[in-house]
Design a protein around this ligand. Structure first.
Ligand code: 13P
Ligand code: SF4
Length: 303
């Protein structure tokens, strides 16, 4: 991998590009070429303050769209535009409009794992790191929450706000089972950390539930001897490098969309300045407003 990593580092210098990488990106990307890494909230927050006019996003398409929405004057590239997400595919703008008709006057919050066109139909976005505070910031007794039914159920359990849920799910996290989680705990005597996109019976087995960054912070602060991450398994590969003294045991589920981003596709994207993320101006300002409302809710609560 070294020649490709060297080529990418040289291309970064020549083009002035900044590389943002999600926690589920392979270690050679996460540790080898990224300038900034984190969960989807951290990547969205970084967008506006990144230096230079060229950003390359190593993550899935909705993440690159969020960066473009929050840094509209910059050129944003994604190495493979086919890197999608089963949650983003689970709901359309028409679905949101129909939900509004069914729940008149009720605010709509969407998980960032949605297309820009869906965001444009919503009042505010959230990530798994700030979903409860965004829902509560809407100032309503009821909120329509889309598209992840499992994240929605997890949020509903932590707030008095009544949530109307949609039926989307993550094709990676929905594969974990409670018996698998129990088995790992007993056989390996491991602490279990789970992402809130997992089904509720899996979350019930976990010692800690949180976004990818929250799980990383928990490990940094608690330093357990053995841990199982009930989430996309590349994350454990990245953390293992940072915490060699901790043993990571895990059931491995890979996100096929995240895996589309590779060193060769990154090098080609920088060489050929492709694939540029473009957002229809007719939806961009409304989608941006939904993302900005999320960021403002975090600031209001000191998050
Ligand atoms: P985070 O917001 O925790 O990074 O999660 C994004 C995601 O797609 C998890 O599957
Ligand atoms: Fe989407 Fe699931 Fe992949 Fe995350 S892990 S990008 S929610 S398909």
């Amino acid at each position: 991998m070294e020649p490709l990593i060297e080529e990418i580092l040289t291309l970064k210098e020549q083009t002035g590009a900044t590389i943002l990488a999600h926690t589920y990106q392979a270690p050679e990307i996460f540790h080898g070429v990224a300038d900034l890494t984190g969960d989807s909230l951290a990547l969205a927050q970084a967008a506006a303050s990144v230096p230079g006019e060229l950003i390359l996003v190593c993550g899935v398409h909705f993440m690159a769209e969020s960066v473009k929405l929050l840094a509209p004057q910059k050129t944003v590239l994604i190495p493979d535009p086919a890197a999608g997400c089963s949650l983003a595919d689970a709901i359309t703008p028409e679905d949101v409009r129909r939900l509004r008709e069914r729940h008149p006057g009720v605010p709509v919050v969407c998980y960032v794992n949605t297309s820009a066109a869906v965001k444009a139909e919503c009042d505010a976005c959230c990530t798994s790191a700030n979903a409860v505070s965004v829902v509560e910031s809407m100032g309503s007794d009821e909120v329509v929450f889309v598209p992840d039914r499992y994240l929605g159920a997890h949020v509903a359990a932590q707030t008095a706000v009544r949530l109307h849920l949609w039926h989307g799910s993550c094709e990676v996290h929905e594969r974990f089972t409670a018996s698998q989680a129990r088995d790992i705990r007993i056989r390996h005597r491991a602490r279990l950390l789970a992402h809130p996109e997992c089904p509720p019976e899996v979350l019930a087995e976990a010692d800690f539930v949180g976004s990818t960054s929250a799980m990383s912070a928990w490990i940094r602060d608690h330093q357990p001897p053995r841990v199982a991450l009930i989430t996309e398994c590349t994350m454990a590969d990245n953390l293992r490098v940072l915490h060699p003294q901790i043993e990571f045991v895990q059931p491995c589920q890979l996100c096929p969309h995240m895996q589309r981003i590779t060193l060769p596709t990154i090098a080609r994207a920088l060489r050929e300045r492709r694939h540029e993320v473009e957002i229809d101006p007719a939806i961009a300002s409304r989608a941006r407003a939904a993302l900005e409302r999320m960021l403002a809710a975090g600031r209001d609560r000191g998050g």
